[in-house]
Design a protein. Sequence first.
Length: 579
Amino acid sequence: MADGGAKGNHPMKRTSSTGSDTFVELLTRAGVERAFAVTGGAVMDFVDALEACPGIQLQCFQTEQGAAWAAMGYTQLTGKLCVVTATSGPGATNLITPLSDALRDNIPLLVVTGQVARTARNTDAFQELNITEVAAPVAKKVAYLERLEDAADVLADAVRVAFDGRPGPVLIDFPRDLQQQRQPPPPPHAPPVTATKPRPASPELEEVMACLRKAERPVIIAGHGVVIADARNELLQLLELAPIPVVHTLPGKAALPSTHPSCYGMVGMHGFYVPNWIVDNADLVISLGSRFDDRITSNTGTFAPHAKRLIHFDIAREQVQKVMPERKLGVVGDLKHTLRELLTLLVGAPRGYAAWHERIAAVREQYPSTYKAQPGALQCQLVLEQLNVAVREHTARSGQRVVYTTEVGSHQMWAAQHVEMRPGSEFLTSSGLGCMGSGLPLALGAQIADPDALVICLAGDGSLRFSEAELETAWESGLPVKVLLFNNDGYGIVRMWNNHFYEGRKTGVVKQGKQWTTLARSNGFTEAHVDRVESPGDLRRVLDRAVSHRGPHFIELVTPYEDCLPLIPPGKAFKDIML
């Protein structure tokens, strides 16, 4: 396989230093090791300098969105900032969706856009667009680089903002004449990379302890903040002292291994009956890094009706105030730090909840977390169950870390319900914004971050249409991502809503006839790395082969359309759950 996306294709040495080299040098001093790019006229000088820099590895993608989502996958696995760059105008605007996604899901991202020369500013020059104004609402910080002398300060501030508090994306607009400027000033000191400093112990923790002492039926909602704050070990330690039932949000799926005795699965709109029942019957709800968004609460007037208090751990006070503030006790600070402080209080006051777990077990026996099997059908849920077994057996031999990514749709919900999270596993998905087309590039970025990991992209045919171009990146760069495409002929969840809420009108949701295996082969995948499965009998053999070899693999799974259940309809209460 050709390594078309990496270094090594530069035919001529660069003979002079420019403003682009100055900026790249500042990036290396800030600790940046990776850059993901789609080149173009207004950013060519910067991309050229990135490619020539020995301290930064450059990876080119087919689409700007793909480059940005890949950077988000890379950062989520490494904790390191990755630079994304694209040209002015349409190249820059193509980054708005992933910027919005990074802001909502709190992922640090550094975007550098090319811009027309300063002399052409505000002249309607070719591909000129004021991207800082366009991007301002969906980024934590935007900056237009007026002078090369300001580059160190601008970059230092951007890096600080990206990591400070709730992490997120920043954008720097880099005019082309500054990129090309000769004899730039010498690079100043490296801009410091400053992470959030732990805040002092929250005075609310004593009140949290008082609530825990009184509670008979508490529940923890484990959100994405547990993963972002690297607080998974602290959560495990908390559960050793106080084995409280835990439910997770969609992006919080990797917060706790599926096999942990306190883990009861995903809560919310597409969560199973039992985790939603737990929240509905709890007398205390503790959110660890979850936003109490509408996919969790649905109708806030009926959410957790028996809970005397909602405790909200979050790094941002304004987030605590957004939803149901009148019911909340906010604990503001870095979650890893605040949980450690809470653990010191719990050590002398361990608490068990055996009766509560027994009551939950009785409900689970009556409402098992399963699905309605269709004999002989290759259902998505069946595939995921078999995938769990194949991965478990393979990793027992290989010791590989497992990273799952998803596209967006019904397969995403089924993955959240059925995919097994083992210690060290990761689950990357677009949750707050729900961006179709994000899953495949997230997988590519994760694979670049950890070349030895087993990275599996779970995709629906509707969603993969938005990122199929990045199949070429996977193959040409030899990234051994395993793509499992669940083909149910279109947009599954929207189709379900059409059936239930729009009198069955299927406007634009049925997508038939696309030759997915042909598409994979046209992007470089050979016959040995492409499979099409139509029946359960062939499934396990194909899965075993895909996870065990060290190349990219594409599997089309012909799955039936079915409703994505359970479902709590928007604005409804737990009692309205559709099973």
